[in-house]
Ligand binder design. Structure first.
Ligand code: AKB
Length: 316
């Protein structure tokens, strides 16, 4: 039985991925870790406080818990990265290299590391962005993800490290809030709508970006990690498409549930980041290599999230 370490487990994706991994591999076989103390994270199952920049501590944790697979999710995202560019580079790169080294020396057998649509830049084709295309990211986050993709491919080719990755679009869920991203508005808008508050959007009404419901993102991650390695033609990172929408489109959808819901637009520095990214992704290669198919469209995702959040706020 594989033993799994999730790094950055307290984040938006981590909280949901840990539960899914526990269901798949057994609660006792998943170790969740984050830089925050346990009291702040409130995680079910085994939890350790771990700074992934501390290579020694990472090695010790892997040995102590007999870890064979690592899901390394810790990162500084696009918007926050622009205020702390050197820290973002340091955390995003060094942590990945620490984990890849564990693979190279044979301590672990398999690695999952997320990339992002942020690897694309203003000169990338905006619609149906192909797997292989021009990639000139303009954010430090995007630069670090693109460099990370090259490192993953390098460790696979040179040392045979089984590392797998997807380029996530903006992830949208209701279980925890994201932090520091450009696509975060698409989560926040639901929290405001359900609480009967107006929403002020930091992107312009028509800014279309690729997004994905969390359930699809978790399924994609597990599916890729379970895929037959001989079918995987991409060891940098796979394009992944979900739903593309703009703030005015998601607003219109939420309004069908809450007719009084109001929105205003106050674009800030995140507009330039969003403008540098594609508005739709072509993920044919992922479909062909590991049979990827998303299940949620905008309407289905919206009613799911509103249903869950309404229940959550009624209980609180
Ligand atoms: C962000 O907005 O920075 C992230 C991403 C698209 O990777 N959600």
């Amino acid at each position: 039985m594989d033993k799994i370490l999730v790094i950055g487990a307290g984040g938006q994706l981590g909280t949901e991925l840990v539960s899914a991994l526990q269901l798949l591999h057994g609660r006792e076989n998943v170790v969740a870790s984050d830089i925050r103390p346990e009291s702040e994270v409130k995680m079910d199952g085994t939890y350790i406080c771990l700074d992934v920049l501390d290579e020694q501590a990472l090695h010790e944790a892997v040995i102590k818990h007999e870890i064979s697979q690592v899901y390394h999710l810790a990162a500084v995202l696009s918007a926050r990265g622009e205020s702390h560019p050197l820290f973002a580079w340091d955390l995003n790169m060094k942590s990945l290299l620490h984990v890849l080294e564990l693979g190279r020396i044979g301590r672990i057998k398999k690695i999952f590391w997320p990339s992002s649509i942020a690897v694309f830049g203003p000169d990338t084709p905006k619609e149906n962005t192909p797997q292989y295309t021009r990639m000139n990211p303009t954010t430090v986050y995007g630069i670090s993800k693109l460099a990370g993709e090259r490192w993953c491919d390098y460790y696979y080719r040179k040392y045979g490290v089984d590392v797998r990755s997807v380029r996530y679009p903006g992830l949208i869920g209701y279980k925890s809030l994201p932090g520091g991203g450009t696509t975060d508005y698409a989560v926040d808008i639901f929290y405001q709508a359900v609480q009967g508050r107006p929403f002020s959007c930091f992107l312009q009404a028509g800014t279309r970006l690729p997004m994905m419901y969390m359930e699809d993102a978790v399924n994609a991650t597990l599916k890729l990690m379970q895929a037959d390695p001989s079918r995987l033609s991409v060891r940098s990172s796979y394009n992944l498409a979900g739903i593309s929408f703009s703030p005015d489109e998601i607003y219109a959808e939420i309004k069908t549930h809450f007719p009084e819901f109001a929105i205003s637009y106050q674009p800030d520095y995140r507009q330039a980041i969003a403008d540098s990214w594609p508005s739709g992704i072509d993920d044919t290669v992922a479909q062909n290599d590991w049979d990827w198919q998303p299940h949620f469209d905008l309407a289905r995702m919206t009613s799911e999230i509103i249903g869950h959040l309404t229940e959550q706020f009624q209980r609180a």
